[in-house]
Ligand binder design. Structure first.
Ligand SMILES: CCCCCCCC/C=C\C/C=C/C(=O)SCCNC(=O)CCNC(=O)[C@H](O)C(C)(C)COP(=O)(O)OP(=O)(O)OC[C@H]1O[C@@H](n2cnc3c(N)ncnc32)[C@H](O)[C@@H]1OP(=O)(O)O
Length: 709
């Protein structure tokens, strides 16, 4: 119309073309005497998802963001951002350069650059603190969390929130402010409001960020940039922001985190050998679900389902377990509802001792004890009870999904849904596609995972699937290192320095050492043929470490018994302390077997534990149990505490250099010829022979792809 001009970016992201479009249109609008005010909005009801991450890997082209935003802020006509759906990263920075901001009530705002190993380098670290003050800006910039429009209003980030049409509300606001002075609306002119204890605030944030993401550079750089906003004038703060960004931009960490962003999305695009794919297979609607077994896993799964709006029938076999399950699930739902200020949806879950109650559900997730015979009896019973088209899913962590399917009347409707403990918190869902799982079944499980807020990764049906198959070898290395002279705390410290949230022995104590003990018994590694007093260090033709079995025999089961690889204050205690008894136990063990302890370096701990993961990842690719290295990496990042800023074991191997990984594995294998998993995989050798092509080309080097997916 005659006195206003709409400028519409062309897409979700601030690509070079979009920046060009905005720069030119704003210049035109500022020049055009008929235009009194400008409203900036997005296409298709989405304001902006930020800079185009794909452009970061290319040479910079198109107008840069910083001067573009500066020109908007410096303009003599009011510019109002109409924020629909989202203003993220560079998108929010663009909005902060506008003189006013109107958001739709459902919009989300945030500066998630830190999650990509970067910082908001289009003036965001300088403008936001001037608007909200230091603590709120530090929180948003160092965590990257998204906030609602209501929270943004409270923080002063937006001027108005509307339930109606945000563009219309922005136009109304724009017209109402024509002629008002713009200088007070330019955030770069503002002085940053300072907290009384500036040093204290920053010290606390640095402690928090280091705890949250050990070894990650970006959160620390983000805090430094905000500090510049507290101490320097805007223009100097901007320089500091740029310098910090330069360092981050070229770092391996930023590359790894951006890789994770795309790998996470790629994992959703599954395909099966029969041609079924994410985009040609329709998932079933799931309104009601059954959960069988209310142990730790079943409880978490039931909570996830209810929170996603699915009615649940939860089944247990005995009154006592049912009661404690009911209390636990209700407690979790109530705490969650309290935190979110809503009513707990307790009416959506029924607790019962009768399998008959599952007759009408759309899908069942079995989460009973990890025992094939027990699971088979449950699946046979489900076949009898459930409607013929109900999906039957198992939360097994490693058993043969096809063997389970074979006892049912509907193998195509059977699929694995492997959740990770605690199931209502952990983001990973391994969807195990049995050879007979139908495309619709896989599509339903993958889509349900997404609906539950999980990162669903389709994997093949082999012992341990992807995650636990690799974990076993990682754990083996850690145990062998103890035999050779390391202590649990030394191994854990090296892994935590590498970036793992928790070292492997702390994780083992947390999960319970008896879990692996039971699995080893079932695999015939412990049994009547093994002398309990003097167990051999070789089983089934390879080196075996009986240390964890010996610990379990002493009743040291981890946190739950107050003692495991570490000592805890009490049963269930959380604070792990090194235990002198473990040190003597290891010394006696080495003495008994004639092992002379040697000094083990941090490098050896990390290389053996981490390279063995990647080595098995290559074998998994060769076996067709994962469709791509990205899938393996996402399993490790979202399910096993792998440090995101190192991309995943496969990405890390590529970063270190495949030739180096090969050479180090050969070295360790020469030292330990009885550990077959240190022997480099065929695919790794072939890739090195082909001069280490990029990850996207790895699959081309598998001789005969026998995809199980
Ligand atoms: C030497 C120094 C030089 C420095 C020069 C650089 C200056 C930089 C200045 C400023 C820094 C600003 C940085 C940024 O803005 S970084 C980006 C920040 N934004 C984000 O992190 C948001 C990322 N996106 C999301 O969170 C979500 O995608 C969403 C909320 C926007 C939408 O979610 P949803 O509807 O679930 O869709 P998908 O996630 O599936 O995404 C759809 C599709 O779009 C792709 N995509 C999304 N966001 C981006 C993006 N920012 N860049 C590129 N591509 C993006 C996504 O990958 C999907 O693609 P598909 O899989 O191919 O379908």
């Amino acid at each position: 119309c005659s006195d206003e001009l709409f400028i519409r970016p062309l897409s979700l992201v601030l690509s070079a073309a979009v920046r060009k479009g905005i720069t030119e249109a704003v210049a035109r609008a500022f020049k055009d005497t008929r235009v009194k005010a400008v409203v900036l909005c997005g296409e298709n009801g989405k304001f902006c998802g930020g800079a185009d991450i794909r452009e970061f890997a290319k040479a910079m082209s198109g107008p840069p963001l910083v001067p573009m935003i500066h020109a908007i802020e410096a303009g003599e006509k009011p510019v109002v951002a109409a924020i629909e759906e989202m203003a993220l990263g560079g998108g929010l920075e663009l909005a902060l350069g506008c003189h006013y901001r109107v958001a739709h009530a459902k919009a989300r705002l945030g500066l998630p650059e830190v999650t990509l190993g970067l910082l908001p380098a289009a003036g965001g670290t300088q403008r936001l603190p001037r608007l909200t003050g230091i603590p709120a800006a530090l929180d948003l910039i160092t965590t990257g969390r998204h906030i609602s429009a209501q929270e943004a209003l409270k923080l002063g980030i937006v001027d108005r929130v509307t339930e109606g049409n945000a563009v219309e509300a922005a136009v109304e606001l724009a017209l109402s402010v024509v002629g008002r002075p713009l200088a007070p609306r330019r955030l770069s002119n503002h002085a940053t409001p300072l907290p009384a204890d500036l040093d204290g605030v920053f010290e606390e944030v640095l402690v928090q960020v280091k705890r949250r993401a050990r070894g990650a550079m970006a959160p620390v750089a983000c805090a430094k940039a905000v500090r510049a906003a507290a101490e320097l004038p805007y223009s100097r703060g901007l320089e500091c922001e740029r310098e910090l960004m330069n360092t981050l931009f070229t770092s391996g960490q930023a590359r790894a985190l951006q890789y994770c962003f795309f790998a996470q999305r790629a994992a959703g695009k599954w395909s099966l050998p029969n041609g079924a794919r994410w985009d040609n297979s329709r998932p079933r609607a799931v309104h009601t679900a059954g959960v069988i077994g209310l142990g730790t896993m079943g409880r978490g799964i039931a909570v996830c389902l209810v929170k996603a709006g699915i009615s649940v029938v939860a089944v247990e076999t005995e009154e006592k377990q049912l009661d404690s399950g009911r209390r636990a699930v209700r407690g979790m739902l109530e705490r969650d509802a309290k935190r979110r200020g809503v009513t707990a949806p307790l009416h959506m879950i029924t607790f019962t001792l009768s399998m008959q109650q599952l007759r009408d559900v759309d899908l069942v997730i079995e989460a009973v004890f990890e025992d094939m015979a027990l699971k088979k009896s449950v699946f046979a019973e489900l076949s009898r009870v459930c409607r013929p088209n109900a999906l039957l899913c198992t939360n097994t962590s490693g058993l043969d999904v096809d063997e389970l399917a074979s006892v049912t009347d509907r193998p195509p409707l059977v699929v694995g849904m492997h959740f990770f403990a605690p199931a209502h918190v952990m983001k990973l869902l391994e969807v195990i596609c049995g050879p007979r799982s139908s495309p619709e079944t896989v599509a339903t499980a993958m889509t349900l995972g997404k609906r539950l807020g999980k990162v669903s990764v389709a994997v093949g049906n082999c012992p341990g699937f992807v995650g636990n198959r690799m974990l076993k070898l990682y754990l083996d290395q850690a145990h062998f290192l103890l035999e050779e002279g390391a202590s649990p705390e030394q191994v854990d410290q090296a892994l935590e320095e590498f970036g793992f949230a928790l070292g492997i022995f702390k994780v083992a104590d947390l999960s319970g050492l008896d879990i692996g003990w039971r699995v080893r018994k079932a695999a015939g590694l412990i049994g009547p043929d093994v002398d309990p007093k003097f167990p051999s260090r070789h089983r089934q033709g390879r080196r075996y470490c009986p240390l964890p079995d010996l610990l379990c025999e002493q009743g040291r089961l981890g946190q739950k018994s107050g003692r495991g690889w570490y000592l805890y204050d009490s049963a269930g205690g959380k604070e792990a302390r090194p235990d002198p008894a473990i040190s003597s136990f290891l010394q006696e063990y080495r003495l008994r077997y004639g092992i002379s302890a040697r000094r083990i370096t941090e490098q050896e701990v990390v290389e053996r534990c981490v390279f063995v993961l990647a080595n098995e990842g290559f074998r998994i690719l060769e076996d067709g149990m994962a469709a791509a290295p990205e899938d393996i990496d996402m399993v490790y990042v979202f399910g096993y505490g792998w440090p995101r800023h190192r991309g995943g074991p496969m990405f890390h191997a590529a970063q270190v250099g495949l030739a180096t990984v090969l050479q180090r594995l050969e070295f360790y294998h020469r030292q330990n010829p009885d550990i077959p998993h240190l022997q480099p995989s065929t695919l790794l050798r072939r890739l090195v022979g082909a001069r280490s092509p990029p990850m996207q080309q790895w699959k081309q080097h598998i001789r005969s792809i026998n995809s199980q997916l």
